[in-house]
Each structure stands twice: as C-alpha cells, then as structure tokens.
Design a protein. Structure first.
Length: 311
C-alpha cells in the first residue's frame, strides 16, 4: 500500500535508536504525556523517571504508569507496595498517595480524566476519584485480570483475562455487558486506537488480534511474533500497531492490512512500547544487561526508535 511504502521510506531515513539511562534496574513501563513533550518510565528500582528527574517514594517495584489524558503535568504510578501515587512534574513531588488493598500491577486513567483504575495481584480492580483520591468502587473478579482499559468514549471498561477472554463492563455502573473469547490462551494486553475505531489484544499464543470497537468482532490477526505478546501501542494516527514480546524485535504493522511495515531490532525481550502522540517515534524498554562491566546487572535504559540516521 502507498502508506506502507511511505512509512518504510521514512523509517529507512530514520532508523536510529537512542538509549537514555533512566534507572538502576529494568524498566517495566514507558508512557508519553498527552503533549508528547515528556516521556515517563517506571522501574523495578522503585522509581519513576521523567527526563533528568527521578520520582522516589514507592517501597516496591513500579510496574505500570500512565499520564493524565489531557493534563501533561500529571502522571500516576502503580506499585507492588500497595499504593498508587500521583505525581506533578512541575514540582517533581508526589501530590497524592492512595493506599490500596493489594500489590498493584496495572493502572489506567479514564479518558475524561476523572477516574483512575488500578488492578492488583488478587484480581481486584479499584476505581479512584482523581480529584478526591478516594475509592469510588471496587470489583473482585473470579478470573486472572491482566490489563485494564476504558474505551475512548469512557462508557465501557475492558479487562483481559487469564482464560483468553475480554470482559466488557458498562461504566460507571460496572455491569457485565459481554465476554469475548478472544484467544485460546492467556490474554495479556489491550490497547485502543486513538481514532476510536479499533482495539487490539495481545496473547500468550503470540498473536495480536484487532477488534472493531462498534461490532466487537475480530477484524484481523497479526502473527509475526513467536512469543507471548506483552505490550502494544497504536501510532497517533491509528495506522500503525507496534507489538513486542520476548522475540528480539518489535513488530510494526499497518493496521488496515496487517502488512509488515518495519521491525525494530532488540537484543533482549521487550517489556513495554509506546508511540509518541504526534510523531512516528517509538519509545520502548527491554530486559537489557549492562554488559560493559557486569553481564548480570540490569541496564535500566529507555530507548527511542525513529531518529534520523544523520543525527
């Protein structure tokens, strides 16, 4: 397709990746602020990082983080220390610590900015008012909850689970609407495209499936990875989908055809990928070792792909 050709030409001229030292241990999560000027990362070293600043306070690994959908100064972190923390990058201070019942592993901010949902290792999802920092609702699920997300319209809440299903609840009522058998094995991650047309899920069966948001039917599958799909991201225009796993490359596909656009080479498994909200730049983090001095030491670097070859 003309789009594939145009993007391949662009990436051929912008094929460089750059590494930024951000942490003292492996990076679990990367995310861009809505304006695209800031990239945050969360790490096993118990900190979050934005540019030169490290955000300290958590007593355990920072497993996932996300930004406020429309305020580029606020982000939230989920940690195994049974808290979530909201941070303001202008002061580099934690503006709220919210205690939760379990070890937190996934977090998302509602598109309207009013609610933060956090899931823990005991498959409890807590809905927290982003202004008062108080819990509004709490749901215990009878299945392994992996990743959670609102749809772009903010009226449905999606969970991927250990039985390969996508569970859809109405929001804010949290009544079950539908359960979709998406994959034969563990359904790990879910992402909605910025245009509101599709969402994608990644599974332990190494497949990425693309779903029509309105019809809730699977439109196509991407099958170039061989290992469980850990992380997904749609580009800002919704036309590219990056997916990654323990394979030593990140697959970039054209959404409409499933065609391979590019692959970003990695030396180790990739934990997290995130497209820039305005440009074809991909942030990611791998399970890198700091080979220069000690092959067992984790590098804690954040990487950026899509930089000009001549820079």
């Amino acid at each position: 397709s003309p789009y594939v050709q145009a993007m391949q030409e662009l990436f051929r001229a912008n094929t460089r990746s750059r590494e930024f030292p951000a942490h003292g241990a492996k990076v679990h999560s990367v995310a861009w602020s809505c304006c695209g000027r800031r990239l945050a990362s969360g790490s096993f070293d118990k900190t979050a990082s934005v540019k030169e600043n490290n955000y300290r306070g958590h007593g355990d690994s920072v497993d996932q983080l996300c930004w406020h959908p429309s305020n580029p100064d606020l982000f939230v972190t989920a940690s195994g220390d049974k808290t979530i923390r909201i941070w303001d990058v202008r002061t580099t201070k934690c503006i709220a610590t919210v205690n939760t019942k379990g070890e937190n592993i996934n977090i998302c901010w509602s598109p309207d900015g009013q609610t933060i949902a956090v899931g823990n290792k005991d498959d409890v999802v807590t809905f927290i008012d982003a202004k008062t920092h108080r819990s509004k609702a709490e749901e215990q699920f009878k299945f392994e909850v992996n990743e959670i997300s609102w749809n772009n319209d903010n009226n449905m809440f999606f969970l991927t689970n250990g039985n390969g299903c996508i569970n859809i609840l109405s929001y804010p009522e949290l009544k079950p609407i539908q359960s979709i058998n998406a994959h034969p094995s563990n359904c790990i991650c879910i992402k909605f495209d910025p245009m509101g047309k599709y969402f994608a899920t990644g599974s332990a069966d190494a497949l990425v499936s693309l779903w029509d948001v309105d019809e809730l039917v699977c439109v196509r599958c991407f099958s170039r990875l061989d290992w469980p799909v850990r992380t997904l991201s749609f580009s800002h225009d919704g036309k590219m989908l990056a997916s990654a796993s323990e394979d030593h490359f990140i697959d970039i596909a054209e959404v409409e055809t499933g065609e391979k656009l590019w692959e970003v080479q990695c030396e180790s498994p990739t934990f997290t990928v995130a497209w820039h909200p305005k440009r074809p730049l991909l942030a990611f983090a791998c399970d890198d070792k700091d080979g220069k001095y000690d092959s067992s030491r984790e590098a804690g670097t954040v990487k950026l792909f899509g930089l000009p070859n001549d820079s």
